[in-house]
Design a protein around this ligand. Structure first.
Ligand SMILES: N[C@@H](CCC(=O)N[C@@H](CS)C(=O)NCC(=O)O)C(=O)O
Length: 223
């Protein structure tokens, strides 16, 4: 049995949730966070889910962050490593066509998501949703919007040449980029049109697995 520690509003946790849903795997979901709780972010006085600051959890994840998994005694943290593990262990055909080059290509998009899309999106989530009004700074928000757009241009260029992020088949690379694209659409900020992203976004978000944990706007816009 797989246990997953995380929170539904965490895009990194969502990478794992979407992957588990694609694979139709059963799992126990343990709500955990030091910064968010059922009412929202701690910066607005809300109580966090907790768990992450316990000694027991620190033995699972020394950073005290989410997500982490325990698959029958095999413990793993770092969201991208978890997605790659689940793909290799349970979904080689479905999530990368059992092809090492496709695996590596999808893996590259996970790193791109982590390095290029996540930092500006973190700033956007803080500036648009999580910080109290008096701590928000429009110049930080706008710089993050511009940086996200620059990275999205690269995604659009890739998708002008291939149906999915790595070629003609859906892979776990589409999951990581798909979550960021979904959040971007929900943020509804001023942006150039990216027609290839639009076409691909319609296709990946039509997948039933996307609707289990990732589609819901409240996981992206509340906090
Ligand atoms: N590189 C790590 C980063 C983990 C991380 O920073 N997770 C965030 C949530 S997206 C977190 O734990 N935030 C603090 C909290 O919720 O307690 C990963 O990808 O798993």
């Amino acid at each position: 049995m797989i246990r997953l520690w995380g929170r539904p509003s965490s895009a990194r946790t969502q990478k794992v949730l979407w992957t588990l849903s694609e694979l139709e795997l059963d799992f126990e979901f343990i709500l955990a966070s030091g910064t968010m709780g059922p009412g929202g972010h701690v910066s607005k006085g809300n109580k966090p889910f907790g768990v992450v600051d316990t000694e027991e959890y620190r033995r699972i994840n020394p950073l005290g962050r989410v997500p982490s998994i325990d698959d029958d005694g095999f413990v793993l943290w770092e969201s991208n490593s978890i997605v790659r593990y689940l793909a290799m262990q349970y979904g080689a055909d479905l999530l990368y066509g059992n092809d090492i080059k496709v695996f590596a290509s999808a893996s590259r998009w996970l790193d791109f998501e982590n390095n290029e899309l996540l930092p500006p999106m973190h700033d956007l989530a803080m500036q648009l949703i999580r910080l109290p009004q008096e701590r928000r700074d429009p110049s930080v928000r706008d710089a993050a919007r511009q940086r996200f757009i620059a990275a999205l241009r690269i995604v659009d260029d890739q998708l002008s040449r291939t149906r999915f992020m790595t070629g003609d088949r859906f892979t776990y690379g589409d999951i990581a980029i798909g979550i960021r694209a979904h959040r971007w659409v929900l943020f509804d900020l001023e942006s150039p049109d990216f027609p290839n992203v639009r076409r691909w976004y319609a296709e990946v978000t039509a997948r039933p697995a996307f609707h289990k944990w990732t589609a819901q706007p409240e996981h992206h816009l509340e906090g």
